[in-house]
Design a protein around this ligand. Structure first.
Ligand code: TYD
Ligand code: MG
Length: 469
């Protein structure tokens, strides 16, 4: 009886979508991304090579009304901002992937999460030593008798630790540094990340415990490692922010147990991450009035209105060089489109200017309500004319130069009024705010970009020397 020989072969796997290919190519044939194929060794019986995407626990069909509902009930994490993003908390038996750039505060947030939780919890650090984690936990006031710590990268040892401590919540920091020696692909490879994640997903379902995996993201903002991870887990959270600012934004980009449009806001301080109860005030804290190129926009994040400042700077472009469109915290493609509309429909000479636009304070917002604010900030910069200090503006700008309605106009107006703004330029057909708000604000309804520029005192027909309101 000859033993079954394991044939080791090489294959190429896409780090984005996980697709395999027998030979290298510059572009993945599955997802179309460039330069994502990496070489991997695959043993003939390597389970990572054909890991199914969903757990394969067998269960018979059930009447839909008989399916128990209590397993999917979220349990509060003890951190309000996180609960808001998760629609109540973490669900037992679920797996959450927390993505974010290195240094953004993922480990900090998760240590705080573990410490806030009642019952046994386990923190597996596959990147830092136990001493390092303990020191951080001391600073965060997270030393608790029920919080277990293991510094470990080997998957079987991690599963053993879960066995030993029987936690209700496990954090693996990070999934990219965990490896299963039973898999022949090298640590950090697509096969390893996928194989280990899959084992942990099965573990979470079988033991009915909540598991949080940390995933690093690349500079471009996508999760490093296979995109298949996103399909395997129940929830994907993105932790973002500018490392040089204290503000951190937490969003769910996928969530099987609730909405994905709520935003959590944290500030990184000496004792860890603290909630930001009034983000509008924080975003406007450094605003200086009377400066050209600044516009204030009440924007919506989920159900939450946040007032932010948009800033723009324009300079004459070098002749015969394509002009620059540089966007920070706002969508670059959107900025280019808006500049085209501003040029054609607003008759502003943006075509021969470099345009820089940013959301002040490290905010990252992509929401159509910003459009009109971006346009007025650029028009204000172009004409060197500041917008009135008490003016807020919101509305979507269409390709025809029309101003379109956006969601929750009354809430936006109310938030602007709360912060002391007394004039709002808004889409013509927006619904009215409550009466007590209406008395404190002048609503200037506009239906075209040209009308908006006129209303803001930035009529662009002459290109310079414009009047203020
Ligand atoms: P960390 O949680 O290690 O980030 P990640 O796990 O996403 O890589 O946090 C990194 C930064 O946070 C680090 O530069 C120091 C800072 N920090 C604070 O400002 N206050 C604190 O209490 C802690 C723990 C970290
Ligand atoms: Mg970390």
């Amino acid at each position: 009886m000859g033993s079954k020989t394991t044939k080791i072969r090489t294959t190429f796997a896409c780090t984005e979508c996980g697709a395999q290919s027998p030979k290298w190519a510059g572009r993945c044939t599955e997802c179309g991304d460039w330069n994502t194929l990496v070489e991997e060794l695959v043993g003939g019986d390597d389970p990572a090579a054909n890991v199914p995407l969903a757990p394969t626990k067998r269960s018979g069909p059930m009447r839909i009304g008989d399916v128990p509902t209590d397993i999917a009930r979220p349990i509060s994490t003890g951190i309000d901002e996180l609960d808001a993003v998760l629609g109540g908390g973490l669900v037992a038996g679920s797996v959450t992937l927390l993505g974010g750039e290195p240094g953004i505060g993922k480990s900090t947030l998760l240590l705080q999460l573990l410490a806030a939780r009642q019952g046994a919890t386990l923190y597996v650090s596959a990147e830092e030593s136990a001493q390092q984690v303990r020191l951080r936990a001391e600073r965060l006031d997270a030393i608790r008798p029920d919080l277990w710590l293991q510094s470990e990268t080997s998957l079987p040892h991690i599963l053993q630790a879960i066995d030993d401590t029987a936690p209700e919540l496990v954090v693996i920091d990070s999934i990219q540094t965990v490896a299963d020696p039973a898999l022949s692909s090298p640590p950090g490879s697509v096969g390893q990340v996928r194989g280990c994640a899959h084992r942990l997903v099965n573990e979470a379902k079988e033991r009915n415990i909540a598991v949080v995996l940390v995933g690093h993201v690349t500079k471009e903002g996508s999760l490093a490692g296979p995109r298949v991870l996103e399909h395997v887990v129940d929830t994907v959270l993105q932790f973002e922010g500018d490392r040089h600012h204290a503000l951190r934004l937490l969003r769910a980009t996928k969530h099987r147990f609730g909405p994905t449009n709520e935003l959590g806001l944290f500030e990184m301080v000496g004792a860890g991450l603290v909630a930001v109860p009034d983000p509008s005030t924080l975003f406007l804290a450094d605003r200086r009035t009377g400066i050209p190129g600044s516009a204030v926009v009440p924007t919506m994040e989920g159900r939450r209105p946040i007032v932010i400042e948009l800033q723009s700077l324009t300079t004459e472009a070098i002749p015969n060089v394509p002009c620059r469109r540089s966007a920070q915290g706002i969508d670059g493609g959107r900025l280019s489109m808006l500049m085209a509309v501003l040029g054609r429909r607003g008759r502003l000479k943006v075509g021969d200017h470099d345009v820089y636009a940013s959301a002040a304070g490290g905010a990252k917002i992509t929401e159509p309500g910003l459009d009109l604010g971006i346009c007025l900030a650029v028009a204000s910069a172009m004409s060197d004319t500041p917008l009135p200090p008490d003016l807020a503006v919101f509305g979507e700008v269409g390709l025809g130069g029309e101003i379109r309605q956006v969601s929750h106009a009354p809430r936006r107006i109310t938030e602007a009024v709360r912060l002391g703004f007394s004039r709002v330029i808004l889409p013509a057909k927006s619904p009215e705010p409550d009466e007590d708000v209406r008395d404190h604000v002048r609503l200037i309804r506009v239906d075209t970009i040209a009308a908006a520029l006129r209303a803001a005192g930035l009529d662009g027909s002459s290109g310079s020397g414009l009047r203020a309101v």
